[in-house]
Design a protein around this ligand. Structure first.
Ligand code: SAM
Ligand code: FES
Length: 342
């Protein structure tokens, strides 16, 4: 079965069910091994690092799972100034980061003009770097303006490709159609585009996951971000169970096999549910890690879920820690923009 998935780069609903349900540890080991080999054939033992800058935790949306949702009145809100963002980039640049990921809630304070200014300033100071934006659903005009300002990549997890499941995770005002459309527009404009979803989000089933995989095959994104859902105490999903390490690793491997060139991070959420989660994510087919470059005094405030790791460490410590972790499993973090390899 694994050979067929690998050779055809596709998976049937039945094969997905079999892989997600099996207790056969040998089969799962083989799955991870094949995925890891696929990644190393394309990217070698190089791991790309992205400097994550969480620049605002204000958000106009109210996603039921998210700790910085608008309805969470307990969230301690902050915004970084352009100077603060540039200072994070400077620190990151000196540490060898060549990709900066600007992530935030959907915060209308950052108008298109402001976002374009920030992107332009980063690109003019660090022409060899890539800028990734992850700031939610915008109009085609806005996406085009950011692209013209120099943004290279855009991360927008689709969250789930199943309409009914999407409704369980989001209030009525939000729409899966719009989210999918945003992703198509981003690709059309020329961004290296990332979709993705949480593993184990409330209401997720084999069927919804199968829809996610079909959507990935259809969109052909350059990046896919998946990590476990982890509850946040001040959200409607406070009492829901977290997604598991095992399921996340199985899905990382499947995604690598059906979409081999994808840039696939071992996420902070994976490191949060297991102390060696990121190492295990790489050994299951991941090839990207995203250490935090946000100022330490705001780290704890960008709390999407409880018990988030690395909230107290300076950027240099995070980078050194990540390099050591990757070295311990035979990989090397590299100073490189880390673009998608066709
Ligand atoms: N506002 C932007 C957007 O909507 O794409 C980017 C920020 S949003 C917080 C980034 C991602 O965090 C979401 O796409 C979601 O998958 C993830 N996330 C939010 N709450 C989470 C939770 N409780 N557990 C794990 N991941 C979560
Ligand atoms: Fe907007 Fe989570 S609800 S970033």
């Amino acid at each position: 079965m694994l050979e067929s998935i690998q050779n055809t780069q596709s998976i049937s609903r039945e094969e997905l069910d079999a892989i997600l349900q099996t207790q056969d540890s040998f089969l799962i080991q083989e799955l991870h091994k094949k995925a890891q080999q696929t990644a190393t054939q394309i990217y070698g033992n190089k791991i790309y690092i992205r400097g994550l800058i969480e620049f605002t935790n204000y958000c106009k949306n109210n996603c039921y799972y998210c700790g910085i949702r608008n309805g969470n009145t307990k969230a301690d809100r902050y915004r970084l100034t352009t100077e603060q963002i540039l200072s994070c980039c400077k620190t990151g640049w000196n540490l060898g980061f060549r990709t900066f990921v600007l992530q935030g809630g959907e915060d209308p304070y950052y108008t298109d003009v402001k976002i374009c200014q920030i992107v332009q300033e980063i690109k003019s100071k660090y022409p060899d770097c890539a800028v990734t934006l992850s700031i939610g659903e915008k109009s085609e005009e806005s996406y085009q303006a950011y692209f013209n300002a120099g943004a290279d990549r855009y991360l927008l997890r689709h969250e789930t490709a199943d309409e009914e499941h999407y409704r369980k995770l989001h209030p009525q005002q939000m729409s899966l159609n719009n989210r999918k459309n945003c992703l198509k527009v981003l690709k059309k404009i020329g961004y290296q585009t990332g979709c993705g979803f949480m593993v184990g989000s409330p209401g997720q089933t084999v069927d919804t996951l199968y829809q996610d995989l079909l959507f990935i095959k259809e969109l052909k994104p350059e990046m896919v971000g998946i990590g476990p859902f982890i509850p946040h105490k001040d959200t409607p999903f406070a009492d829901q169970p977290a997604g598991t390490l095992d399921l996340t690793l199985r899905l990382l491997s499947i995604i690598r096999l059906i979409h081999p060139h994808v840039l696939l991070p071992a996420t902070t959420a994976l490191g949060t549910i297991d102390p060696k989660g990121r190492e295990k994510g790489i050994l299951a087919g991941g090839n990207v890690v995203m250490p935090n470059l946000s100022p330490v005094n705001v780290r704890d405030k960008y709390k999407l879920y409880d018990n988030k790791i690395c909230t107290g460490d300076e950027a240099a410590e995070c980078k050194a820690c990540m390099a050591a972790r990757m070295k311990s499993i035979g990989y090397e973090v590299v100073t490189d923009r880390g673009d998608y390899k066709v």
